[in-house]
Write a protein that binds this ligand. Structure first.
Ligand code: SF4
Length: 500
C-alpha cells in the first residue's frame, strides 16, 4: 500500500516502541519455541515479506534500537554492531538499503528524544561502530543513518564527514525551523532558528494528542491554518516595542520583516528577558540560543534595539506593543521578621547571593524552573529541599517527558523532595510545611526559602497607554498573563501581523 501510494520505500520499526524489537530483545522475548531460539526470526520474516511485496527497486529500511539501556538483558551497544550487520545481510529476498541507529526500550521511554539534559548527538559513537560492521558485512551497500537530538547543522555535517553515518535524521531541528534545508542550501545556515531541546511543544507521545509545534515557531504544525508571518504589510507604520523578552523580540522581528519601521526599548542591559535567567538552569542552556537568534534576526531586519532605557508613556506615540513581562506573585504564606525569601529568578540569576545554609524551594507550579534551580544549587553543594502541593515534584514536566528523569536526577543529586505540602510560614529559623491531606506540620530548618511560584500580569503600562489618545497599544506575553515562551512568541507575532 505504501508503494502504491507513491512512497519510495518502507521502514520497519525495530526501535523503542515496536513489536519487532520485543522479539529481538532478551528483555521481552523469553519464548522457548523457534521465535525465542532465534530472536531475529520475526524480523527476518517481516523483512522477507516486505521485500517480496515492494520489489527489489524500492527502499527497505530498518530502524533498530542499538542500546536498550537495559544491559542486564537488553540489546547493548557492544552487541548492536554485530546484530545490525546480521540484519543488514540477512533477508533472503534481498538485503535492506538503510539501517537507522536509535536507542531505548520499555524501561527508558524518555531516552529516544530526551531534552537538554542529554547532550545532542548521543548516538554518534554508537552509529560509528554500527556503520563500520554493516559496511563490512554488506560491502558498503547498506547505508546507516543516525539520529538522537541532532539539532545543529554543524554536528550533522561532522557526522557525515567523519564516517559516523551516511545520513542524519533531524526532526526537532526541522520542527523548529521548517526552512532549515533551504537556509543551508542558500548559504544562510547562521539564520536557522535553533531548537532548544525543550520538548515543550513537540512531544509526540502525549495522551492529550496536542498538535506538534515548536517553542520558537508557532506556525510549525499550523501551516494549513495560519499564513506565514513573513509577508509584506499593506501599509508601513512606525512601531515601538516596549520590552525585549521573547514576545517583544518576535513582535519586532515580524513587524520589521513585514516592512514596518521598528524600534524596541529594553530596560535592562541585555535582550531576552526571563529566558536569559531560565537558561542558567542545568539542561536549559539552549534556551539562550533562541533569544540570541531573535535578537540577531531583529538586527538583520533593521530593528533599532535600544537597551538600558526604561520608557515612559510620554515618550510613546503611534503604534506600541507592550511586552514588559510579568511581575512577582503574591505570597500566600506568613513571613515572620528575620525570614529570608528570594524569588526563583533572583536565585537563578545570582546563586552566590543566597545566604549560606540549607535552602527550601517552594514550587507550587511544578514546571522546569523549580526543578532546574534545585539541580543548580545541589550541584553547588547546597542542601536543597523542594516542596510542592502536588503528589509529585515537577508535575508539569510530564508534558515534556521529563517528569520521571527529573525526579531521578533530583534524587541522585541528594535533593530532599516534599510532595503534598503547603508552605505555611517562613521565619528566621526556617520554614513550616503542612501536609495537604493530614494537616500535619513539619518544621524545616533552612536559611532561605526560594519562591518558584506563580507570577502575575504586569498591566500598568498597557492600562496607562489605553487612555493616551495618540497611542494605539496592544500587550503581549507575560504582562498579559505569565505563561511560557511559546505564548509570548505567538502573541508577539500576532500583534505584529495585526498592524496590517
Ligand atoms: S518545542 Fe523545543 S524541542 Fe521541540 S522543536 Fe521546539 S525548540 Fe525543539
Amino acid at each position: 500500500m505504501a508503494v502504491q501510494s507513491g512512497c519510495d520505500g518502507v521502514e520497519i520499526n525495530a526501535g523503542q516502541y515496536s513489536l519487532v524489537r520485543q522479539f529481538l530483545s532478551g528483555l521481552t522475548n523469553q519464548r522457548s519455541d523457534q521465535w525465542g531460539g532465534d530472536r531475529r526470526l520475526f524480523l527476518t520474516q517481516v523483512l522477507t515479506a516486505v521485500r517480496s511485496a515492494i520489489g527489489p527497486e524500492k527502499l527497505l529500511a530498518v530502524r533498530l534500537s542499538c542500546d536498550e539501556l537495559a544491559p542486564w538483558a537488553g540489546i547493548t551497544p557492544e552487541q548492536a554492531p554485530e546484530l545490525a550487520a546480521e540484519i543488514a545481510h540477512e533477508p533472503q529476498e534481498g538485503p535492506i538499503d538503510l539501517l537507522t541507529v536509535v536507542r531505548g526500550s520499555i524501561y527508558s521511554v524518555s531516552a529516544t528524544r530526551p531534552g537538554g539534559h542529554t547532550p545532542p548527538g548521543f548516538n554518534l559513537e554508537l552509529s560509528r561502530a554500527v556503520r563500520e560492521q554493516v559496511r563490512l558485512a554488506t560491502s558498503n551497500r547498506v547505508a546507516v543513518a543516525v539520529q538522537g537530538s541532532i539539532v545543529d547543522v554543524a554536528q550533522a555535517e561532522w557526522a557525515l564527514t567523519d564516517g559516523i553515518a551516511d545520513a542524519v535524521e533531524m526532526t526537532r531541528a526541522q520542527i523548529s525551523d521548517a526552512q532549515l534545508v533551504s537556509k543551508l542550501r542558500s548559504g544562510t545556515a547562521a539564520r536557522i532558528r535553533p531548537c532548544t531541546l525543550s520538548n515543550q511543544k513537540s512531544q509526540v507521545r502525549d495522551n492529550r494528542n496536542p498538535i506538534v509545534t515548536a517553542l520558537g515557531d508557532p506556525l510549525s504544525g499550523y501551516e494549513t491554518k495560519d499564513a506565514p508571518p513573513e509577508t509584506a504589510a499593506a501599509h508601513r507604520v512606525e512601531l515601538t516595542v516596549v520590552g525585549g523578552g521573547p514576545g517583544g523580540l518576535e513582535a519586532a522581528r515580524v513587524a520589521a520583516i513585514r516592512g514596518h519601521q521598528v524600534r524596541l526599548f529594553e530596560a535592562s542591559d541585555s535582550f531576552g528577558g526571563m529566558v536569559r535567567v531560565a537558561a542558567k538552569g542545568p539542561g536549559w542552556d539552549r534556551l539562550a540560543l533562541l533569544v540570541d537568534w531573535l535578537e540577531a534576526e531583529c538586527r538583520i531586519e533593521g530593528v533599532e534595539l535600544i537597551n538600558n532605557h526604561r520608557v515612559t508613556p510620554g515618550e510613546l506615540n503611534g503604534h506600541v506593543i507592550v511586552a514588559v513581562g510579568g511581575r512577582e506573585g503574591l505570597r500566600a504564606y506568613e513571613q515572620q521578621p528575620g525570614s529570608v525569601v528570594r524569588t526563583a529568578a533572583e536565585a537563578l540569576d545570582d546563586p552566590e547571593s543566597l545566604p549560606q545554609g540549607a535552602v527550601l524551594i517552594w514550587d507550587p507550579i511544578g514546571g522546569p524552573i523549580g526543578v532546574a534551580l534545585a539541580e543548580l544549587l545541589a550541584e553547588r553543594g547546597v542542601e536543597v529541599h523542594i516542596a510542592t502541593q502536588d503528589n509529585i515534584v515537577g508535575n508539569e514536566l510530564a508534558r515534556s517527558g521529563d517528569l520521571a528523569p527529573a525526579n531521578a536526577r533530583l534524587l541522585q543529586a541528594g535533593v530532599h523532595l516534599h510532595p503534598r505540602m503547603l508552605l505555611r510560614s517562613v521565619s528566621a529559623e526556617g520554614a513550616t510545611l503542612e501536609d495537604r491531606f493530614s494537616a500535619q506540620r513539619q518544621e524545616l530548618p533552612v536559611a532561605v526559602v526560594i519562591d518558584a511560584g506563580h507570577r502575575l500580569p504586569n498591566d500598568a503600562l498597557g492600562l496607562e497607554l489605553a487612555d493616551v489618545a495618540r497611542v494605539q497599544a496592544s500587550s503581549v506575553g507575560d504582562c498579559v498573563a505569565p505563561r511560557t515562551i511559546y505564548e509570548a512568541i505567538l502573541e508577539g507575532r500576532r500583534a505584529a501581523i495585526a498592524l496590517g
